[in-house]
Ligand binder design. Structure first.
Ligand SMILES: [Fe+2]
Ligand SMILES: [Fe+2]
Length: 168
């Protein structure tokens, strides 16, 4: 059984995961609109991943005898300067989420909720992976600069992203 404190905190994290999904959906729309189909596809898969994260916590709350909450989501940022601006914004968002998960981890430690600690370890590993991927893409985009040929090549490369099986 979840304590009220942990249930509320998990429900907030569900909201953050769906907010992230929504932000990635706005980024998908930006890339569709600016004719980067590969980046758009990549961001759409990122959207799918965040939905998976939200649903994973949603199911976890119920598995522990709690009640998940479906809270409102703010309108995400929709306008960007360039592809690298989008990925920078995404990296900042991931770093924010990492801090939120660390806070949740600390809270679970204080509450001695060992079940939640184990569940959160999956999210900590996932955040390390996501921050690394975004940092690598930003580095490559910075190298490409304003070179259109390099940007189109990267767009094609990211468009080949395979659905991750580790998130199921
Ligand atoms: Fe996530
Ligand atoms: Fe994420």
């Amino acid at each position: 059984m979840l304590s009220k404190t942990i249930q509320d905190a998990l429900n907030e994290q569900i909201q953050h995961e769906f907010s992230s999904a929504y932000a990635y959906l706005a980024m998908t729309a930006y890339f569709e609109d600016t004719n980067f189909p590969g980046f758009a596809r990549w961001m759409r898969m990122q959207y799918d991943e965040e939905i998976t994260h939200g649903m994973r916590l949603f199911d976890f709350v119920h598995a522990r005898g709690g009640r998940a909450a479906v809270n409102g989501i703010d309108k995400p940022r929709a306008d960007f300067e360039s592809p690298v601006d989008v990925f920078q914004s995404a990296l900042e968002q991931e770093r924010r989420v990492t801090r939120l998960i660390y806070d949740l981890y600390e809270l679970s430690q204080n509450e001695k909720d060992y079940g939640t600690l184990v569940e959160l370890q999956w999210f900590i590993t996932e955040q390390i992976e996501e921050e690394k991927i975004f940092e690598e893409i930003i580095e490559t985009l910075n190298l490409a600069g304003d070179d259109h040929a390099a940007l189109l090549l990267l767009d094609r490369q990211l468009g080949e992203r395979k659905a991750s099986t580790a998130d199921a």
